[in-house]
Design a protein around this ligand. Structure first.
Ligand SMILES: [Zn+2]
Ligand SMILES: [Zn+2]
Length: 78
């Protein structure tokens, strides 16, 4: 399923959002930075344009949402 995934660093000139819009999965940047774990995702944050898994963002619908850094935190954490 992830054979066309991009495993590189976040690229400002070709953001994770842009890649996901081309159906290229990217690593969750929070898993990568905090947990040193690779979680490939097709969700991106509409604010910072980075990829996030569904544990690290709030996603109302497919693809697009807001990561824990930019968006309202999930009710469970408050
Ligand atoms: Zn994650
Ligand atoms: Zn964000």
């Amino acid at each position: 399923m992830w054979e066309n995934a991009y495993y590189g660093d976040y690229d400002n000139s070709d953001t994770d959002e842009t890649k996901i819009r081309r159906h290229i999965p990217v690593p969750c940047r929070t898993c990568e930075a905090v947990l040193r774990k690779l979680t490939v995702t097709l969700y991106y944050c509409a604010t910072c344009h980075q990829g996030f898994c569904n544990e690290h963002g709030n996603f109302a619908g497919p693809g697009r949402g807001r990561c824990i850094h930019c968006g309202p935190h999930p009710a469970a954490s408050s």
